[in-house]
Write a protein that binds this ligand. Structure first.
Ligand code: HEC
Ligand code: HEC
Length: 201
């Protein structure tokens, strides 16, 4: 009995070691399963957003939402439902922490002529249009806090698509305040916000 118990303990230890993502192991197989879509150093690539520098609790919540099929827009269904289907919770946590530790680079791909307008909405909202300021939750530099995501430097097309999707009835995290927040944003405000955020360092 003792020997079997010991063997099981060793097997469990090996499994943990294999699934763990050591800090700085940018080219481990677990990380590569994500970065072949999310780009070198997880800085984002085409429709796959940057994961570098993202709040780990947020990343983990999103992985759960893809896994439970709560986050259900077309790209999520097409790419992420499969990508996390077999991910175990320990690996998910290690990946979230690892990506959080990488310094994020701004996408810089918005319309710079709209950045000042976007910054104003982000900081002050538009009270007469019921648009709340974003900074109260996302932080003055869009850096995020706890499980509220970092927005600063995310790609223009990604942020624009996310803000539009809530108004099209797609979901992300259960209980999110964003469907209500986004319901007051028109196309001009969305373009300005997404442009501004793409330049935030
Ligand atoms: C086949 C391509 C592909 C692979 C592989 C992939 N992703 Fe994604 N991922 C995407 C796309 C596309 C999106 C954008 C989904 C959307 O628009 O809602 C995304 C979104 C995400 C998000 C949401 C980010 C945010 O800011 O809300 C997280 C977290 C994420 N992926 C984590 C991972 C992890 C962890 C892995 C590896 C286990 C992984 N992805 C593998 C394509 C991929
Ligand atoms: C009451 C707090 C709150 C306010 C105010 C708020 N947000 Fe959010 N936001 C959240 C939370 C929580 C999430 C994560 C849950 C989710 O994705 O649905 C989020 C997610 C997001 C995302 C998704 C990021 C990603 O990586 O996919 C975007 C984009 C966003 N918010 C933009 C904004 C903008 C623009 C404003 C201002 C007009 C704003 N938010 C105001 C709490 C808030």
């Amino acid at each position: 009995m003792k020997r079997i118990g010991l063997k099981l303990a060793i097997a469990a230890t090996i499994a943990t070691l294999v699934s763990a993502v050591p800090a700085g192991a940018g080219d481990s197989p677990a990380v590569r399963n994500c970065t072949w879509c999310h780009g070198a150093n997880a800085q984002g690539y085409t429709v796959a957003p940057r994961l570098a520098g993202q709040r780990p609790q947020y990343t983990l919540n999103q992985i759960r939402s893809f896994h439970d099929h709560t986050r259900d827009n077309p790209f999520s269904r097409q790419y992420m439902w499969n990508a996390v289907a077999a991910l175990n919770p320990d690996t998910a946590r290690d990946l979230a922490n690892y990506f959080a530790s990488i310094a994020p680079k701004p996408a810089n791909d918005g319309d710079s002529a709209l950045a000042a307008k976007g910054k104003r909405i982000f900081m002050e909202g538009v009270p007469e249009a019921n648009i709340v300021s974003c900074y109260a939750c996302h932080g003055p530099n869009g850096e995020g806090i706890r499980d509220i995501p970092r927005l600063g430097g995310l790609a223009y097309f990604y942020v624009k698509a996310r803000l539009e999707q809530w108004n099209k009835g797609y979901h992300s995290t259960a209980g999110s305040p964003m469907p209500l927040v986004a319901s007051h944003l028109g196309p001009d405000e969305i373009e300005a916000l997404a442009s501004y955020l793409s330049f935030v360092n």
